[in-house]
Ligand binder design. Structure first.
Ligand SMILES: Nc1ncnc2c1ncn2[C@@H]1O[C@H](COP(=O)(O)OP(=O)(O)OP(=O)(O)O)[C@@H](O)[C@H]1O
Length: 367
């Protein structure tokens, strides 16, 4: 596994609420042609301080949602621990797990699909109170009315249905529901990505106000790096199930230490077109999470990779071709041929796989 760049120098860190050690969440679905599990979260260690907002960024499919869902125990960890206030919640079950769930909630990305359209807004927000048998039914209705006001809705919205609301209002309902049981920790899984830009700012302000009012601790999952820069105290950068770098937001944005963070940040559009900015274009796509590379997960695409001794003097173009060639071989070794390709080869028919001479000619033909 890779070594996460930890940058805490000079920063005043508070008391940890969530401490994650060597966490792995694998999906054992196997797939039709591979027995390897999907290593969605692969040996992650990080901590989140009480009252802070930790941002979690990375390309689509790198494991952000799986990590967030594992922290609130909506996914079962394959290995490792998640200490919440000192208790390893991956080991809880039955009533202990149910009681703990009050402390950790999640707000989902898409308020269009995450709310049950057959329930009234009041019922949706009240559901967690009912499940946990919170006080008397009359108290629950009163609590829901207060929560609706807290998130900027009105009491009379209690008997309306989600489809009668705008995207921003629906997300407010999702937030009210998440807050119903007074959690300490909330995973915000891309909470504004599905909303219009004008509505995004209002929801972000609401989340900040709620954090101040109730002392909430957030894991803020996002792909919009400008939003992350605005709202997060620290940021963790994820790639292929691993955390590549964690650090205070401004330090990480100003001076990324890991080459992957560098590449990710270089893709942010520059508001001033005159500013000279080196954009790093990464070659290829991330490797399969079923078969990640040994060592640093970014090694197959890293622009800062140190060349082996015998290639030190090779010119840049040749070195790049060698890397492409290696990647093709790696992919070829990994790719299990599809059933139709196997059938074609058994029948003596041509398959789509070109042989090594053809690849050699294609990659090195003109150098
Ligand atoms: N239930 C599942 N079963 C099998 N594989 C899954 C499951 N959920 C996610 N995955 C796989 O796990 C990997 C991580 O997915 P995840 O949704 O956590 O990434 P992400 O970074 O949140 O992506 P996005 O930004 O697109 O939401 C992906 O390869 C995905 O296909």
């Amino acid at each position: 596994m890779s070594e996460t760049v930890q940058r805490e120098e000079g920063a005043q860190r508070g008391e940890a609420l969530v401490e994650v050690s060597n966490l792995k969440t694998y999906y054992e679905d196997g797939g039709l042609l591979s027995n390897e599990p999907v290593k969605a979260v692969d040996d992650v260690s990080l901590s989140i301080d009480r009252g802070e907002t930790l941002g979690l960024v990375g390309e689509s499919g790198c494991g952000k949602t799986t990590l967030g869902r594992t922290l609130v125990q909506l996914e079962t960890a394959t290995d490792g621990e998640v200490l919440f206030d000192g208790t390893d919640v991956t080991r809880l079950s039955g009533d202990d797990l149910k009681n703990w769930r009050r402390n950790a909630q999640i707000v989902f990305q898409d308020p269009q699909s995450s709310l049950n359209d057959r329930m009234t807004v009041g019922e949706i927000v009240r559901e967690p109170l009912d499940v946990h048998d919170w006080k008397e039914p009359r108290d629950r209705r009163q609590r829901v009315r207060e929560l609706l006001e807290t998130v900027g809705l009105r009491e009379e919205h209690y008997y309306r249905y989600p489809h009668q609301f705008s995207g921003g209002q629906r997300q407010r309902v999702g937030i009210a529901r998440a807050l119903a049981l007074e959690p300490e920790f909330v995973v915000l899984d891309e909470p504004v990505s599905a909303l219009d830009v004008s509505v995004q700012a209002k929801i972000l302000n609401l989340l900040e106000d709620l954090q101040n009012e109730f002392g909430l601790t957030y894991l803020f999952i996002a792909h919009d790096l400008s939003v992350v820069r605005h709202i997060c105290d620290r940021v963790a950068v994820m790639y292929l199930g691993n955390i590549m770098e964690v650090g205070p937001t401004e330090e990480l944005f100003e001076e990324p230490a890991n080459p992957y963070t560098h590449a990710l940040l270089s893709a942010i559009p520059e508001p001033n077109p005159d500013t000279d900015k080196d954009r790093i274009t990464l070659r290829g796509t991330p490797p399969s999470p079923r078969d990640p590379p040994a060592g640093c997960p970014f090694s197959t695409r890293c622009p800062a990779k140190i060349r082996p001794e015998k290639y030190r003097d090779a010119d840049d173009e040749l070195w790049e071709r060698i890397e492409v060639f290696q990647e093709i071989l790696r992919e070829r070794q990994r790719a299990d041929r599809s059933l139709s390709e196997r059938a074609r080869s058994l029948l003596g028919m041509e398959t789509r796989f070109s042989d090594i001479e053809e690849i050699n000619e294609e990659v090195f033909g003109d150098v």
